[in-house]
Design a protein around this ligand. Structure first.
Ligand code: ATP
Length: 239
């Protein structure tokens, strides 16, 4: 199955030509990091893959379907197989963490054990707290725990580790890699943390000047002589 295939993708906001011919593909089971400087177009690219943002030209195939020509009911079926990190909303104010997880477990018809999720995401001390009263990092952790409840085929995460302390980052990556090994699910994410790309991603796409300047395995990039992905990034991208 073609999880994702993107050819010659372009997207402009007025005269700001953000994506100018991006080519990208993701196979089942891959973990791919999308990198680039602030404003490079990473979130725009991910939102197009999530099928929530219009694009100007090119082909975008998600889970074997060309999303340009799909009727709304088919698009909805595709969206059900994709998980994205939910933004905290007003709606969560009235719910405690455990209640929220139970609600989404029912919504996703998930077989996962809430107690296990609470343990794995280190949420025991917070399970009876109102979501709204949590710190930003813990809200992020709860949002991520909800994402995994759906056991998606394709997981799209925009800067999932931003704002998390080192232990929580480590926990999240353990969970992502475990999910990936267990279910064969594909993960596409953005991060500004090059160590995470080097440690955990199979492939990396660098968006620079609107193009996928590099799209390769982290191993191949390092084999060309860079000491680290961090060094690769600094040498490739100018301020
Ligand atoms: N809805 C929008 N309307 C107009 N311009 C937008 C819109 N969304 C994004 N942009 C612009 O498109 C460019 C790319 O933004 P995007 O958020 O995709 O970049 P990014 O690589 O994710 O950046 P960052 O690393 O800072 O999060 C920026 O110049 C931004 O100002």
């Amino acid at each position: 199955m073609k999880i994702i295939e993107v050819n010659n993708l372009t997207k402009s906001y007025g005269t700001n030509h953000v994506l100018q011919g991006v080519n990208f593909h993701a196979q089942s089971g891959e973990i791919i990091g999308v990198i680039g400087k602030n404003g490079a177009g990473k979130s725009t690219f991910l939102e197009i893959l999530m099928t929530i943002k219009q694009y100007d030209a090119g082909t975008v195939i998600v889970l074997d379907e060309n999303i340009a020509s799909l009727p709304m009911n088919r698009l909805e079926q595709i969206r059900k197989q994709i998980s994205v990190v939910l933004q905290p909303t007003q709606f969560y104010k009235t719910l405690k963490v455990e209640e929220l997880l139970k609600l989404f477990k029912a919504y996703y018809n998930s077989n996962l054990d809430i107690k296990k999720i609470i343990k794995e995401f280190k949420l025991e001390p917070h399970r009876k707290k109102y979501f709204d009263k949590l710190s930003g990092g813990w809200k992020q952790i709860v949002s991520l725990a909800i994402v995994f409840l759906s056991e998606p085929k394709l997981l799209i995460l925009d800067e999932p580790t931003t704002g998390l302390d080192p232990h929580m980052r480590n926990m999240l990556w353990t969970y992502i890699t475990d999910y990936n090994e267990r279910t064969g699910g594909t993960v596409i994410l953005t991060t500004h943390n090059m160590d995470e790309i080097e440690l955990y991603c199979d492939k990396v796409m660098l968006i620079n000047n609107g193009m996928n300047e590099v799209f390769d395995t982290t191993e191949s990039i390092l084999a060309t002589g860079y000491k680290s992905i961090h060094e690769f990034y600094l040498k490739k991208v100018s301020i």
